[in-house]
Design a protein around this ligand. Structure first.
Ligand code: SF4
Length: 362
């Protein structure tokens, strides 16, 4: 298990914890942005290991969780139409829409297929010229290059029967929305390593300077997270607010420029609704005008859709670090991974699912 065990070494973890104990003199609240980091924190009991003065707040970095309800409902409406093959990543099937989910559409006879790559959807469109093939393009900057490549490839093949519902979201505007929200408690961020692998971290530098908040690009293994927390704490204690890179084995300041070029060639920056949070300016991607023919929302002309969230669900507050899943009255009762009421209980990266899976019931 080379390249994995060295990031889970208990002796090194003990050293980081000793250094943290020595560094912390005051209470601090740090948000891990990515749902993958939230799961690692819960799985390895990191909140229990770090000094009591440190509180970890869980951020909005679960792409399935923040996909707007209106686009889920549109996906469900399109997937239920005859002569449509609807393709998506597995996590999206059980995300509740206003009335039902994509899994119910499939159970009712809809042709809903799980794919592992957006290029699989292009292949399905090539193999089924008499069907409309729609791909649900969700995710952060991490998934955007491959999703953009699928559009490019469909265009190169001259496919008229391929389109995307584009629900891509961008991390930096969400960080600004959190920092400017009334009652914000976040004093430092662990930024998501995989997003920065694509985009680099230069976009975070003006945010760290403007809001005087340390941002440390952090990986996903336990030692990554402990070192990320230590670097944030050292900055907070010293009154510094810089961007540091803990995830040096993957991330460069400028990121992966060819991947960024692919995103820019196909998508443009648009305002985007975040489920449970609301609209954040310049926080999403939509198709460039040259690729409108691949926009499923234009092709299927659904207009706007009336949406309805379950009243009990507080996932918006959970996603912004204001509340913990255990503050929700439905947690572990009406709402479980088998009967999810909100998206944060569905996804592998959802905070409610992480709490349900790893929290000590006592
Ligand atoms: S436990 Fe369920 S209902 Fe409560 S916030 Fe989480 S997803 Fe929503």
């Amino acid at each position: 298990m080379k390249y994995l065990e060295e990031f889970r070494d208990p002796e090194v973890a003990r050293l980081y914890l000793e250094q943290l104990q020595a560094a912390v003199t005051r209470p601090w609240k740090i948000m891990e942005v990515c749902g993958g980091q939230t799961h690692a924190i819960m799985q390895y009991g990191i909140q229990e290991l770090i000094p009591d003065k440190l509180t970890l707040l869980h951020g909005p970095g679960c792409p399935v969780c923040v996909t707007p309800l209106e686009q889920i409902d549109k996906a469900i409406a399109i997937a239920g139409q005859p002569d449509v093959i609807f393709t998506t990543f597995g996590d999206m099937l059980r995300v509740p829409g206003s009335e039902k989910d994509l899994f119910s559409v499939k159970a009712d006879g809809g042709d809903v297929r799980v794919v592992y790559s957006p290029l699989d959807a292009v292949r399905i469109a090539t193999d089924n010229p008499d069907k409309e093939v729609v791909f649900f393009a969700v995710g952060f900057e991490t998934t955007a290059p491959a999703n953009a490549m699928a559009v490019k490839q469909a265009a190169a093949l001259g496919l008229a029967n391929f389109s995307q519902i584009v629900a891509q979201v961008l991390v930096p505007p969400a960080l600004e929305a959190i920092l400017t929200a009334p009652g914000n408690q976040v004093q430092g961020f662990l930024a998501a390593g995989h997003v920065c692998t694509v985009m680099g971290y230069h976009e975070y530098e003006p945010i760290a300077a403007r809001y005087k908040v340390p941002i440390v690009v952090t990986g996903f293994e336990p030692l990554d997270i402990l070192e990320g927390i230590l670097l944030v704490v050292r900055q907070l204690e010293a009154g510094r607010h810089e961007v540091e890179n803990q995830y040096r084995r993957s991330v460069r300041r400028t990121g992966n420029e060819p991947a960024q070029d692919m995103i820019k060639a196909v998508y443009r920056v648009v305002p985007r609704q975040w489920r449970g949070i609301g609209e954040i300016p310049r926080s999403g991607l939509g198709l460039q005008a040259a690729y409108t023919a691949y926009d499923a929302e234009v092709k299927f002309q659904l207009g706007s859709i009336r949406t309805r969230e379950p009243e009990v669900c507080i996932s918006g507050e959970v996603l912004q670090g204001w509340k913990k899943p255990t503050d929700c009255p439905a947690f572990g009762k009406e709402c479980t991974p088998d009967t999810p009421l909100g998206a944060t209980m569905v996804s592998n990266e959802g905070t409610c699912a992480a709490y349900y899976r790893y929290m000590d019931p006592s």
